[in-house]
Design a protein around this ligand. Structure first.
Ligand code: IMP
Ligand code: MG
Length: 178
């Protein structure tokens, strides 16, 4: 698979991240924010969001079992690496690359709730509403996109394309490219 068409150019990503940061700032006065990034797809989004926020925030990461090399999710979500930061009484925002079936976000919120945060919210760069299996919506969503597999800005296909500054679709390679 290779890059198809650019779905969200870099400038639109940056503008939307700034808007999300303004919204989070407006709804986080006096909060003790902890951004919990979901590895690995959210690491670029998280780093841009953190720098766009005016509210001070600490950062931690969590890792869950996911797709492997394919493009299908299952209902089984396993925590592979848990957060290290104490979350009790704090204001946690789960930062996700994309909400697809909703299984991952559902499992993460359930898991993090057990850490007894004061507030637990979520921010997803992308959402594919047409793919939902569970009725999950992040507190803040950057872009709703159609049911197409996308890469770039942290998102991968088989660990490739995370470094693209834009979000793009994939297409099968033409025979002469393979
Ligand atoms: P869900 O559990 O089905 O909501 O899937 C969420 C996870 O699937 C995301 O955190 C991504 O890691 C992965 N994912 C879903 N759709 C895409 C995509 O289009 N490109 C890359 N990763 C995706
Ligand atoms: Mg992910």
């Amino acid at each position: 698979m290779t890059i198809g068409r650019v779905l969200i150019p870099a400038e639109r990503l940056q503008a939307r991240v700034a808007e999300l940061a303004r919204q989070i700032d407006a709804e986080s006065a006096g909060h003790d924010l902890v951004l919990v990034g979901v590895l690995r797809g959210a690491f670029i989004f998280l780093s841009d969001l953190l720098r766009a926020l005016a509210t001070p925030a600490s950062v931690d990461f969590i890792s869950v079992s996911s797709y492997g090399a394919g493009t299908q999710t299952s209902g089984e979500v396993r925590i592979v690496h848990d957060v290290k930061a104490p979350l009790a009484g704090r204001d946690v925002i789960v930062v996700e690359d994309i909400v697809d079936s909703g299984h991952t976000l559902h499992a993460l919120l359930h898991h993090l709730q057990a850490h007894r945060p004061r507030t637990l919210r979520s921010c997803a760069l992308l959402s594919k509403p047409s793919r939902r299996v569970l009725p999950m919506e992040a507190t803040w969503t950057g872009f709703e996109i159609p049911d197409e597999f996308v890469v770039g800005y942290g998102l991968d296909y088989a660990e490739r394309h995370r470094g693209l500054p834009y979000v793009a679709t994939l297409r099968p390679e033409a025979p002469h490219e393979a």
